[in-house]
Design a protein around this ligand. Sequence first.
Ligand code: ADP
Ligand code: MG
Length: 174
Amino acid sequence: MDKQELRRHIRQLKKTCAPESLDTQSRHILRKLAGHPAFQQARTVMLYASLPDEVRTLDFIEEWRNKKHIILPTVVGDDIIPVELTPDSPMQEGDFHILEPQSHPYEGPLDLIVVPGMAFDRQGHRLGRGKGYYDRFLIKYPEVKTIGICFDFQFLDEVPAEPHDQVIDEIISF
Ligand code: ADP
Ligand code: MG
């Protein structure tokens, strides 16, 4: 399967999942993330604000926003710009309907980047939505630990990868 076919396939699979099951899986995945040494040791963590079809991070972000230094992606043109989630920064829908903090771009160090995806494999290959945002972003942070999170049906034996695709260190699925 090429990337386009695989994206279609994953979208179909997602439709067959009950929303409650995705909620349950999301909680389970995020509990694992919270217990992961890389998360526990991290001071500054880049999370992502989920869209309805992604591992649901919105409650998790609220839970952690006062306990760790949380950074969220904002989309500016072709780029992901990391922004600080301060205790009082309001969230507003940006491009692609993603909730983004109205706050300052963050240029400091990151200890951990949590990466969404349409599919991942054991080698850390990642399939995104097809615009390469995370490939262009992650290449700027070669030393930072990356953890991909996805539902079990998104964790595959093999995801097609091209030279520009950035490899993710670890995947947490259900
Ligand atoms: P995704 O990672 O979202 O699944 P792809 O890996 O298919 O998407 O990448 C989509 C497009 O993004 C690529 O065809 C390429 O043109 C562009 N792209 C990805 N990484 C880079 C990069 N480092 N520099 C320039 N363009 C890139
Ligand atoms: Mg890619």
